[in-house]
Design a protein around this ligand. Sequence first.
Ligand SMILES: Nc1ncnc2c1ncn2[C@@H]1O[C@H](COP(=O)(O)OP(=O)(O)O)[C@@H](O)[C@H]1O
Ligand SMILES: [Mg+2]
Length: 243
Amino acid sequence: MLQVIHVSKRYSEDRLVVDDVSFSVDKGQIYGLLGPNGAGKTSLMLMIATLLKPTSGSILIDGLSAPRDTLKIHSQIGFLTTEVKLDPLSTPNRLYDFFAELYSLPKDKIAQTKMEDFNRFGITPFADKRIVDLSTGMKQKVSIAISLMHRPSLIIFDEPTNGLDILTSKQVTDYLLELKEQGRTILLSTHIFQLVESLCDRIGILVDGHLVAEGSSEELTDLTGSGNFEEAFFKIYTEHHKE
Ligand SMILES: Nc1ncnc2c1ncn2[C@@H]1O[C@H](COP(=O)(O)OP(=O)(O)O)[C@@H](O)[C@H]1O
Ligand SMILES: [Mg+2]
């Protein structure tokens, strides 16, 4: 479903923030990119979502590749990042309709999916309130609903539970598992190892722009001779991080 092939990114002359990263994700799998702040997770995901051009390397989504297939890719992916802010003076209702129009979704279908999504996330009572008046968790749920309204086959979520309380986090992770059950492919990034441990089929550990280890949490734990995944992560991180 997703193939990342020798991808690098350089913003300025001095260094690569993503350095020759390759991995692939099969259909129906959840893949977690785990790494500390500054590791290059967001840059990598922006490139996969076609919003940032790789300095070198290539990315295939179901055989499609940007810039040739950018429009087709957009119709197949749902992208969520902490960097995108919802218009504070708009409302969940208006934003949902605005993006539905952007995706050229049929109007009758939209009313239905909006009701489903708003009910699932408890957004309905806040549908006509201004974004600025909503809690962090509610804003994140609105962002998630909007990013998935076109029912994409590849879901790219950058730190989806950042800043959320445990109950809202659980709602989000339960939803991700449900999306996986539906056969959708999910790529998520996080700096929280508990999140990938319970959720991901495979985990890639990103340190200073390099993908330094890859496998299931059990494989990575065994590989490093660790007692648990937390220990494995710190071993891998310490081994590869340069001051
Ligand atoms: N637009 C940009 N211009 C220059 N440097 C950037 C830009 N975006 C990110 N960086 C740098 O690239 C590195 C990786 O950042 P990022 O991809 O945001 O990592 P992460 O999401 O893992 O925290 C950081 O050192 C960051 O400062
Ligand atoms: Mg980031």
